[in-house]
Design a protein around this ligand. Structure first.
Ligand code: F6P
Length: 366
C-alpha cells in the first residue's frame, strides 16, 4: 500500500525501558534526514491522544544527546484509558478509540510509531483495525513478546541484575548467608535465567518451573556440606511454588496480572527456616529499568527506529518490527505476536544451568 507521508507521530507506551530515547532519536533522524518528514512526539503514550491532544514537534536538535539517556523524554503511561484486559467496557473503549482517531487527525499525523510491549501493541493493533496507520516497535525489559526474539531494554536489565548478583556474592560469602535476589520479568523468567547464569547463582526460580523450597534448601545444604557457607538464589518476581500460592496469599490468580507482588522476601523467610541459615532478600525492582541503555540495547533500539520509519515509507502499516533469525523483519501485528513468550522447558540455557549444578528446584531437578 503506497501512502503519501508528510508527518509521523511517535509515542512510548507501557513501563519504560532503557533504549526508548534511542528509538525516538533514530526515528526522528531517519524521518528528517532520509525522508524529509515532520515528526510529532505524543506525550505520555496513548494518554496523549485523549481529550486535548498533548504533543510536541521533534526536530534534530530535540534528539541530540538522547542516545545514552534512560527513560523516555516523551513520558510513558502503563495504566491509562485504553483498558483492553480483564472485562473491558466496550462502549468506553470505543469512545477512547474515537478520541485517539480524532487526535491523530487533528495533529495531521499520517502514521504513528508505537513503541511498547504486549499491551501497547494490542492497543496499536486495535487502532490499526480501526483504520489508523500504525507501526510497532517492541520494547520490554522482560523480553516476553511472542512476535520478536529480542526486545531492547532486556540486555541492560540483565547486565544490571548480573552486577548486583556479583556484588551480593562478596557480602553473602563474608557473612555465610543465603541471599535471595528478586528480579523483574512478570510471568516470564528470562531476566532471572540470564542474570542467574551470568552471575553464578546456585538456585534460579522462574515462573515456568514451579519450585519446591525443600528442593532449594537441599542444594543450599549440599553447598554447606562442601564448605560453601553462602548461597545465592535468583527469584523471578512471577515464580511460583508447586501447587500455586502457598507463599503469597494473593498469588493464585497472578498470571497476567498488571502488577506483580514480589516473591523474594517470602522465599527468604521460608529458606531461613528450612536451612537454619541467616537469609536476606534484595528486591532489585525498578533499578533494572533505570539508567543508560547498554551498547547492545542502543544498537537494537536504533535499528528498530530506522526500520519502523522505513516501514512507513514502504507502506507497511499494521506491522511490528521484530528481531527474528538474526535480522530485523516486519511481522503483521496480530494477537499471536502480542502474546507472551515464556521460557520453554527445553531452552538450551536451562540445560546449561543444570549442567553446572544450578537448580531450578522443580520436579526435573530432583
Ligand atoms: O513489564 C516491565 C515491568 O518492569 C515488569 O518486569 C514488572 O512486573 C512491571 O513492569 C512493573 O510495573 P510498574 O512499573 O507499574 O510497577
Amino acid at each position: 500500500m503506497e501512502t503519501t507521508i508528510r508527518r509521523i507521530g511517535i509515542l512510548t507506551s507501557g513501563g519504560d525501558a532503557p533504549g526508548l530515547n534511542a528509538v525516538i532519536r533514530s526515528v526522528v533522524k531517519t524521518a528528517i534526514i532520509r525522508y524529509g518528514w515532520d515528526v510529532v512526539g505524543i506525550v505520555d503514550g496513548f494518554e496523549g491522544l485523549i481529550g486535548q491532544p498533548r504533543s510536541r514537534p521533534l526536530g534534530l536538535a530535540d534528539v541530540s544527546g538522547l542516545l545514552p539517556r534512560g527513560g523516555s523524554v516523551l513520558g510513558c503511561t502503563n495504566r491509562g484509558h485504553f483498558k483492553l484486559d480483564g472485562q473491558p467496557d466496550p462502549a468506553a473503549l470505543e469512545s477512547v478509540f474515537r478520541q485517539a482517531a480524532a487526535s491523530i487527525k487533528r495533529l495531521e499525523i499520517d502514521a504513528v510509531i508505537v513503541v511498547g510491549g504486549d499491551g501497547s501493541q494490542r492497543i496499536g493493533h486495535a487502532l490499526s483495525l480501526r483504520g489508523m496507520g500504525i507501526v510497532g516497535v517492541p520494547k520490554t525489559i522482560d523480553n516476553d513478546l511472542a512476535g520478536t526474539e529480542s526486545s531492547f531494554g532486556f540486555d541492560t536489565a540483565v547486565a544490571f541484575a548480573t552486577d548486583a548478583i556479583d556484588r551480593l556474592h562478596t557480602t553473602a560469602e563474608s557473612h555465610g548467608r543465603v541471599i535471595v535476589v528478586e528480579v523483574m520479568g512478570r510471568d516470564a523468567g528470562w531476566i532471572a535465567l540470564y542474570s542467574g547464569i551470568a552471575g553464578g547463582a546456585d538456585v534460579i526460580l522462574i515462573p515456568e518451573i514451579p519450585f519446591s523450597l525443600v528442593e532449594a534448601s537441599a542444594k543450599i545444604a549440599a553447598r554447606a556440606a562442601e564448605g560453601k557457607r553462602f548461597s545465592i538464589v535468583v527469584a523471578a518476581e512471577g515464580a511460583m511454588p508447586v501447587g500455586g500460592s502457598s507463599l503469597l496469599p494473593n498469588a493464585g490468580g497472578r498470571i497476567g496480572a498488571a502488577h506483580h507482588v514480589g516473591i523474594g522476601p517470602a522465599v527468604t523467610a521460608e529458606l531461613q527456616q528450612l536451612t537454619g541459615r541467616e537469609a536476606r532478600a534484595v528486591v532489585l525492582g525498578h533499578l533494572q529499568r533505570g539508567g543508560s541503555p547498554s551498547a547492545s540495547d542502543r544498537l537494537l533500539a536504533t535499528a528498530y527506529g530506522e526500520a519502523a520509519t522505513r516501514a512507513i515509507a514502504d507502506g507497511k502499516l499494521g506491522h511490528l518490527v521484530a528481531w527474528r533469525d538474526g535480522r530485523i523483519q516486519l511481522v503483521p501485528i496480530t494477537d499471536d505476536v502480542t502474546a507472551a513468550r515464556l521460557v520453554p522447558a527445553d531452552h538450551p540455557l536451562i540445560e546449561t544451568a543444570r549442567g553446572l549444578g544450578i537448580t531450578f528446584a522443580g520436579a526435573a531437578d530432583r
